[in-house]
Design a protein around this ligand. Structure first.
Ligand code: OGA
Ligand code: MN
Length: 289
C-alpha cells in the first residue's frame, strides 16, 4: 500500500501537497492509483523532496503512463531520452544570453499553454523537478480551466461549447519570442495541425477549456476572429481567482494535469539567475472529446 497524504492548498481544491517519501516508495499499481487519483482531484500536485536520480524520476513517471519523447532531439537527455533538461545554463556552465535559442525556447513557456496539445493524443501530465532555482522569481503559474469554464455565463457557454480549435506546433514555434534552433521541414511535418474541441469533457463528466499557446485558430471561423476570441477567453480564464502560483524550492517535484489546466513560467531575470529543472511528460491515452 502507498502511504501518503494529500493536503489541498486551499478550499478551492485546485492544487495539493502530497506528502510521501519518494526515495523509499515502490512505484507499483497502488502508488500509481494513489497519484493519478490525487491528480484527478487536484490537478496540480506538489511534492517536497530533493533533486531526483534519473532512474527514480523515470520510474515514478512511468508509473503514471507511457512517456513522451520531445520533438527537439537536441534537448533530450542522452541516457534517458524521456528526460528533458530545462535549463538556462549552457554547456560551458554559464547562463545563456537572453536572445540565444536556448533562452528563447524557455521564454516561449512564458505564454499560457498546455503541453503537447499539438498532438493528436496530447499528454496526460508533466512532472517538473527543480534542481536549481533563482532566489527571486521564476514561479510557475497554473490556471484551473474547469473552474474558469464553470464561471462563464450560460450564454457564452452556448457559444463556446460547439467550437473546435486547430492546434499547431509550427504556429506556436513561429510565435516564440525570438529565434529558435532550426527545425527542419521534415521534422516539423511529423507534427501536422490537429483539431480538438475547445471545451474538453472529462471522464467524470466535468468540462474545461482546452486552449493555450499551441491553439492557432478556431475551425470554420476567420483566423483573426478566432484568434481574438481565443485571446479573450484566455484573459478571462486566467484571472487570478483561477491561478495558483508555485514558488519553487530546490528539490520540489510538481506534477500537473495538462487536460484541465494551463501553465506558464512567470518572467524573471533569465539572463541573470540560474534555473535548472528536469522534466518528463506522460502520454495521454485518449483523444480529446
Ligand atoms: C514545461 C513548462 C514552465 C516552467 O516544463 O512544460 O512549461 O516554469 N515549464 O519552467
Ligand atoms: Mn509547458
Amino acid at each position: 500500500m502507498t502511504t501518503g497524504s494529500v493536503t489541498p492548498i486551499d478550499e478551492s481544491g485546485f492544487g495539493a501537497y502530497v506528502n510521501l517519501s519518494i526515495e523509499t516508495q515502490a512505484f507499483d499499481g497502488s502508488f500509481s492509483k494513489f497519484l493519478l487519483d490525487a491528480l484527478k482531484s487536484h490537478s496540480v500536485l506538489i511534492l517536497k523532496g530533493s533533486a531526483l536520480k534519473s532512474e527514480t524520476f523515470v520510474g515514478l513517471a512511468t508509473s503514471m503512463g507511457n512517456l513522451e519523447i520531445l520533438p527537439e532531439a537536441e534537448k533530450r537527455n542522452t541516457k534517458f531520452p524521456a528526460i528533458f533538461d530545462l535549463t538556462n545554463v549552457g554547456e560551458d556552465g554559464h547562463i545563456v544570453q537572453f536572445d540565444e535559442p536556448q533562452s528563447v525556447f524557455l521564454r516561449g513557456t512564458e505564454r499560457w499553454h498546455t503541453d503537447s496539445s499539438f498532438r493528436e493524443i496530447p499528454c496526460l501530465c508533466t512532472l517538473l523537478n527543480a534542481v536549481e532555482v533563482p532566489e527571486q522569481g521564476g514561479n510557475t503559474l497554473f490556471a484551473d480551466m474547469r473552474a474558469a469554464y464553470e464561471a462563464i455565463p450560460e450564454d457564452l457557454k452556448l457559444v463556446v461549447d460547439s467550437l473546435k480549435v486547430v492546434h499547431s506546433y509550427a504556429y506556436s514555434r513561429a510565435n516564440n519570442p525570438g529565434k529558435l534552433e532550426e527545425m527542419s521541414e521534415a521534422e516539423l511535418a511529423k507534427y501536422p495541425p490537429v483539431t480538438h474541441p475547445l471545451i474538453r469533457t472529462h471522464a467524470d463528466g466535468s468540462r474545461s477549456f482546452y486552449m493555450g499557446g499551441h491553439a492557432s485558430h478556431i475551425e470554420g471561423m476567420p483566423v483573426d476572429e478566432g484568434r481574438n476570441l481565443l485571446s479573450e477567453l484566455l484573459e478571462i480564464s486566467t484571472q487570478k481567482q483561477f491561478v495558483y502560483s508555485h514558488q519553487w524550492s530546490p528539490g520540489d517535484l510538481v506534477i500537473w494535469d495538462n487536460r484541465s489546466t494551463l501553465h506558464r513560467l512567470e518572467p524573471y531575470d533569465i539572463a541573470g539567475h540560474r534555473r535548472v529543472m528536469r522534466r518528463i511528460t506522460v502520454k495521454g491515452t485518449e483523444t480529446v472529446r
